[in-house]
Write a protein of this length. Structure first.
Length: 53
């Protein structure tokens, strides 16, 4: 039962790898637009970082 709960809440190794690849891609394509405030950019960056944990 513990293994099932762990898989549901944490994901399998392939799911974790896929999530990290998506976050890496989001980070690599992240840039600050000319009309964007620093606070908005920082919020996007923080979302990516917090999602990695």
């Amino acid at each position: 039962m513990w293994d099932i709960l762990e898989t549901i809440h944490k994901g399998t190794t392939s799911v974790k790898r896929s999530k990290l690849q998506r976050l890496t891609s989001a980070f690599e394509t992240l840039f600050m637009r000319d009309d964007e405030t620093f606070d908005d950019f920082y919020a996007k960056l923080s979302d990516i970082v917090n999602s990695s944990f």
